[in-house]
Ligand binder design. Structure first.
Ligand code: C2E
Ligand code: MG
Ligand code: MG
Length: 753
């Protein structure tokens, strides 16, 4: 070792043996994290190194001794600093290789290596080499001393002050980094859905904040019925991964269990040797607690950062809990705890996209007459019964099937075709359900759809099953029905047509045509039947036989029917103004219109507004309609008669009206259905039914009209049988208004000629 030539020589002698203190590095904690203050001496004078280590050798701040790193030139220092990041203080000689080598090194440390925390004390042997004041400020130099100034005591206090300053700077940057981390953590955690992934995220973020690898477990304290120590594992990480998401067993993890209980009891973070337990205050006695294994004790800053983090996260956990709760309410039936319709649609979507699609079948299970049971035995009883049905379906059909409750008394079963078998499912209802000691016998109807036969979405599959279910209910045969592709096409077409009709009506695509009715004897027109037509935008005509049932089914017929009636009434008025004064207008009325509570008001208003004389208006109701709810009909017809309009029974002969019933109905006319008119010339039975209707009319004093008269022979036979009126292609086809006027004036001309 070179001889020392520094002012520190004077104190060196006492402790020569301590010169090599640095060769016995200070203890580091087991994980390799230094628990020392590292001081770097950069000086080309070897004596300075030994005197410095000697002077500072027994300095111990906060139980952390010093550890020295030596460099004997600026170049060597540069090399060493490439890999040294946790140097607290650098004692730097200004003059080394060059006069200002030290100053260049400072610039390198601050600007290139970006080591901002390390404290730098400049030393120089020659007072003349003092750096400029600017350099001291710009490069954040703690102190500048000539070597002669630095007595042992001075060096001691200077380094102590520098270490303290280094510690504070580190604390500030650690907490800034920690707070940044907390902010980042909060945003990251918020994007995680579900309490489990959120919890896993919390473990990861804690590890980031304390800069240790993730290792721990997070639990929620459930307090069902006063049992306070039930902990449920939400997530685990690192070595604690062995702990599964299930109730935390006190016997299996006694240390963790006890530590968590202590933390929960104190309702705050607890730091113990080797681990920390973090407390996250939750709502409604659902607190969260995390057990974090520590590699080394946490600094004050880490602890403070964790406090901030925990209170931040508690808010987040509450939100996640709420979201999970809402999710649960949105996707699960609260009564049976089974997936609900929304969830089933998701499951179906997944099944349709998955590999098992071709084997999968969906069955809707509708409980027969459940509403009656519910009404008779009370809703609470009904609820218990539904829960019992849910349990039986789930327990008997096996876990690999998905059982859901998709409506009041409708369940669904999804699984492979072998298991979702109608015979098997219906057999489950053979044994009664025992509710409150009472045996309840239930039966069910099934609508099934094979997913292989299905091209649409999960929601469509459910609709298809629903269609099959409706079919099963109306057919009343085997109690189940499989959806077939053709059924779907038919129904979807009807739905399409319904939308088209609604918009078509609004856009004026509907219009009324008039088919003349004539007196068979004189062959003169007596009136016309108003018939509805629909020509779509592209020019196609859609037959009333197709769209009227859809209008009835959708309720559109209320508005459309009113519009037809008003149009027909106005036409009567115009015809009268044109000289056709004895002209009667027949308007078809559907059952849906007839049952509408405002039908009579509507009729009166239409007559009033159009000023059409009621005696020239006739309403046609079908015979099948006349057969339903006789009492209501009798009352209705009486009221209609009051308005002055006439009533005809359309398609007569197809229904089963009894004579006595007909007598009670106040009708004016019977309309012989076209089928019986055709029969007159076309079948062996000949004119028998037409003849019967004509006689019936005569006996009851009712007018009779034959419809669908297509040829002269039919007209002559009908006339011979005594039928006074007729309507049919033989005389005229249904015509739009201008054609009707032409036809009527031609008729007059012909007659005049
Ligand atoms: P409907 O009331 O029995 O009307 C008679 C139907 O027979 C009309 O068919 C008419 O065009 C057709 N027809 C008339 N003469 C002959 C003939 O000689 N040969 C043949 N083959 N057919 C003949 P359309 O117009 O297609 O109407 C069908 C049904 O649609 C009507 O039967 C009626 O039930 C219903 N409908 C038509 N318009 C309306 C309406 O405005 N309201 C309601 N509720 N139903 C209507
Ligand atoms: Mg008719
Ligand atoms: Mg008819």
């Amino acid at each position: 070792m070179p001889q020392s030539s520094t002012p520190l020589d004077s104190i060196k002698d006492d402790h020569d043996d301590l010169v090599f203190l640095d060769e016995h590095p200070a203890p580091a904690s087991g994980d390799g994290v230094p628990r020392v203050w590292r001081v770097m001496i950069i000086d080309d004078d070897e004596d300075v190194h030994s005197t410095t280590t000697f002077a500072l050798g027994n300095l111990d701040m906060q139980h952390r001794p010093l550890e020295f790193v030596h460099a004997y030139s600026a170049g060597q220092a540069r090399e060493l600093l490439k890999n040294e990041t946790d140097i607290a203080v650098i004692l730097l000689d200004v003059v080394m290789e060059q006069d200002d080598a030290g100053l260049h090194l400072v610039r390198h440390i601050r600007e290139t290596l970006k080591l901002a925390d390390v404290r730098i004390i400049l030393r120089t042997g020659q007072p003349g080499y003092a750096p400029e004041i600017d350099a001291i400020r710009d490069f954040d130099i703690n102190d500048y001393k000539t070597k002669s100034e630095l007595t042992r005591i001075k060096l001691f206090t200077t380094v102590t002050a520098a270490i303290r300053s280094y510690e504070q700077i580190r604390a500030i940057s650690t907490s800034r980094r920690g707070l940044d981390q907390i902010v980042r953590a909060s945003t990251e955690l918020m994007s995680l859905h579900g309490v489990h992934s959120f919890s896993a995220g919390v473990l990861a973020q804690v590890a980031e904040i304390i800069t240790m690898p993730p290792n721990g477990v997070i639990c929620v304290k459930e307090c069902p019925d006063g049992e306070t120590d039930a902990l449920f594992v939400m997530a685990s990480a690192g070595a604690a991964r062995r702990i599964a998401a299930a109730p935390l067993a006190a016997q299996a993890e006694p240390e963790i269990h006890a530590a968590m209980q202590r933390c929960l009891a104190q309702a705050r973070n607890v730091y113990e040797p080797g681990f920390a337990t973090l407390y996250f205050a939750g709502k409604a006695c659902r607190d969260f607690v995390a057990y974090i294994s520590l590699i080394h004790p946490l600094s004050d800053i880490d602890q403070r950062l964790l406090e901030v983090f925990c209170s931040n996260v508690s808010v987040g956990l509450d939100n996640v809990e709420l979201v999970s709760h809402l999710h649960n309410a949105a996707f699960y039936d609260q009564l049976s705890k089974l997936p609900n319709r929304t969830r089933l649609v998701e499951i179906l979507d997944a099944a349709l996209a998955g590999p098992g699609r071709d084997e999968a079948t969906l069955a809707l299970v509708d409980l027969d007459h459940f509403a009656e049971t519910n009404d008779a035995l009370g809703h609470q009883f009904g609820d218990t019964l539904l829960v019992a049905v849910a349990a039986r379906l789930q327990n008997s059909l096996g876990q690999q099937l998905t059982v859901a409750r998709i409506g009041g008394d409708i369940f669904s079963v999804l699984g492979d075709a072998g298991s979702v078998n109608p015979v098997r499912i219906l057999a489950l209802f053979e044994a009664p359900f025992s509710i409150d000691g009472q045996d309840v016998q239930l039966s069910a109807t099934l609508g099934l759809v094979r997913l292989s036969e299905h091209d649409g979405s999960g929601a469509d599959a459910l609709k298809d099953a629903d269609i099959a279910l409706k079919r099963a209910k109306t057919s009343q045969r085997t109690g189940h029905f499989y959806f077939s592709r053709s059924m779907g096409i038919e129904i979807r077409e009807r739905v399409r047509l319904m939308h088209a009709l609604r918009t078509g009506f609004a856009k004026g695509e509907l219009f009324v045509v008039y088919q003349p009715q004539i007196d068979l004897l004189t062959r003169r027109p007596v009136g016309a039947e108003a018939l509805l037509r629909w020509q779509t935008e592209d020019g196609t005509f859609i037959s009333p036989d197709r769209f009227i049932p859809i209008a009835e089914y959708s309720g559109l017929i209320i508005d459309i029917g009113e519009w037809v009636l008003r149009t027909a009434c106005m036409e009567v008025v115009r015809l009268r103004e044109a000289g056709h004064r004895d002209f009667t207008m027949s308007v078809n009325v559907s059952q849906v219109q007839f049952r509408h509570p405002y039908f009579l008001d509507m009729l009166r208003a239409a007559l009033e507004d159009s000023q059409a004389p009621p005696e020239f208006i006739e309403l046609e109701i079908t015979e099948s309609m006349a057969m339903e709810e006789p009492d209501l009909l009798i009352k209705m017809l009486a009221q209609i008669k009051h308005t002055g309009v006439a009533i005809a029974i359309d398609d007569f002969g197809t229904g089963f009206s009894s004579l006595s019933y007909l007598q009670r109905l106040q009708v004016d006319r019977l309309k012989i259905d076209r089928a019986f008119v055709t029969e007159i010339t076309g079948s062996a039975r000949g004119s028998s039914i037409a003849e019967m209707v004509i006689q019936l009319g005569r006996n009851l004093g009712l007018s009779v009209i034959a419809e669908g008269v297509e040829d002269e022979r039919q007209a002559q036979i009908l006339q011979a049988l005594g039928c006074p009126l007729a309507q049919g292609f033989l005389f005229a086809r249904p015509m739009a208004v201008p054609a009707l006027y032409d036809w009527l004036s031609n008729d007059l001309l012909n007659r005049a000629a």
